[in-house]
Design a protein around this ligand. Structure first.
Ligand code: ADP
Ligand code: TRP
Length: 325
């Protein structure tokens, strides 16, 4: 990537931040704030496609902002804002939808998957990729880091930007590049499946010590007797320990698995300690942020001002080109 590029990504405030979200999305985004001109937002309009509880949406949105700050987002380096604080994004979504073929949306896996999971097939869920395209295009974003599951939405975004430029003039919209985090392994959950809010198998990043320890002790393992060697393939404990341990500690656990002599409870305790230590500074930072509620409000207010100023330049350009102004 080129230093100074405009980087943008969004996270949905759809529940408690878990370690899959942290390693798969938040930590890589925070690392990128050093390299580019980063815009990170809390996609609360998108979360409305599955959450219809105002109090919960407000609470989750605020919690996610606090999590970002606790995990190291520096508001001097990156702009952080709530999607709905720049409602102009809906205007761009409308403009984009006028050039968006139905077939493009009908082909989107994410829509089909969500409907298959039982989420009701409302219009917002169907039009979700158009709003996502507007999120990206409204800020002249050049680089969009996302998980593999979002790749197709980025293709839709690029298609729509090309169509607008063909219809209204080259350079009206910036065509973004996608940055897929291929190297991020899928973090397994308590039951060994992909960790996900929808599978109820998550380990949150933040929370009370006792229930979190209990959760880690509940990780599913097989029934190999204590003295026997343990299988290192497909071990959820090892895959999770890898995230927190240095190479030496990880190798030691692998060797100990192979040697036998310890039960899984012993390794879960080691995993617990490594997990708890890993987030200790962030936990402390979170407490400090919680102690001063006006700080988050101020960061979000400032972020939305900056985001809005950037958006207005792009919107102005496209409003003129469309004949709206
Ligand atoms: P969930 O599946 O819990 O609803 P989301 O779909 O909201 O999570 O994911 C938000 C971000 O976190 C995405 O960028 C996604 O790629 C990443 N992510 C979610 N779960 C995992 C996981 N188990 N391993 C790695 N990354 C993940
Ligand atoms: N759809 C993304 C997700 O579920 C969140 C999102 C919304 C997003 N708008 C975006 C990500 C724009 C990147 C860019 O993870």
């Amino acid at each position: 990537m080129v230093i100074g590029m405009r980087i943008l990504t969004g996270l949905q405030p759809s529940g408690k931040l878990h370690i899959g979200n942290y390693f798969g999305a938040m930590e890589p985004a925070i690392r990128l704030q050093q390299k580019g001109n980063a815009y990170y937002f809390i996609a609360n309009y998108h979360a409305m496609t599955s959450l219809h509880d105002g109090a919960a949406l407000r609470e989750n949105t605020r919690e996610l902002a606090i999590d970002f700050l606790a995990c190291g987002l520096d508001p001097e380096k990156a702009v952080i804002f709530r999607q709905s604080d720049v409602p102009e994004v809906n205007e761009l979504a409308w403009i984009l939808s006028t050039v968006c073929p139905m077939g493009l949306l009908e082909r989107c896996h994410s829509y089909k998957d969500k409907v298959a999971k039982g989420i009701s097939a409302n219009h917002a869920l169907f039009a979700y990729p158009v709003l996502m395209a507007a999120d990206i295009l409204l800020y002249d974003s050049q680089l969009v880091p996302v998980g593999k599951d979002q790749k197709q939405h980025l293709e839709v975004t690029r298609d729509l930007a090309v169509k607008i430029n063909e219809a209204l003039g080259e350079g009206i919209l910036t065509i973004p590049e996608v940055l897929i985090k291929e190297e991020t392994a899928i973090v397994p959950g308590l039951d060994g499946q992909k960790m996900s809010k929808s599978y109820n198998n998550t380990i949150p990043v933040f929370g009370e010590e006792k229930p979190l320890r209990k959760l880690i002790m509940k990780i599913v393992s097989d029934s190999t007797p204590v003295e026997e060697p343990k299988n290192i393939e497909n071990s959820t404990i090892l895959a999770l320990f890898r995230l927190f341990a240095d190479d030496v500690a990880y190798e030691e656990m692998v060797n100990s698995f192979q040697a036998g002599g310890f039960g899984y409870g012993h390794y879960k305790q080691q995993l617990w300690e490594a997990y708890w230590a890993h987030f200790s500074t962030m936990r402390q930072r979170r407490e400090e942020i919680l102690a001063d509620p006006s700080y988050v409000d101020e960061v979000l207010r400032h972020g939305s001002e900056k985001a809005r100023a950037t958006a207005s330049v792009v919107l102005d350009r496209i409003r003129r080109a469309t004949g709206l102004s």
